[in-house]
Design a protein around this ligand. Structure first.
Ligand code: SF4
Length: 82
């Protein structure tokens, strides 16, 4: 039995492609709920529209999904980066 075997070349995170947040601008009403939910990645411009920085690090993926589901206008999405 091999316990604690190291697997070279593998990170401690997921093998899934990196994801980033995207805003559907015509649907966004600039109330800033996404900023309140995920201030680490979403700031607001002078009009209250979200300014997203990405990609989403693995340790913030759950919070990013929460911000997406909390957007009252379905204007925020998580997409795989290409
Ligand atoms: S929560 Fe949705 S509607 Fe509100 S600012 Fe963010 S993206 Fe726009």
């Amino acid at each position: 039995m091999v316990m604690g075997k190291h697997r070279p070349g593998r990170s401690s995170g997921s093998d899934a492609p990196p994801q980033t947040l995207r805003v559907d601008w015509p649907s966004c009403v600039a109330r800033g709920l996404c900023h309140e939910t995920l201030p680490e990645l979403v700031s607001l411009d002078e009009w209250g529209y979200p300014v997203v920085s990405g990609p989403v690090p693995g340790w913030l993926l759950a919070e990013a999904r929460l911000a997406v589901s909390a957007c009252p206008h379905s204007a925020l999405r998580l997409v795989s980066r290409r």
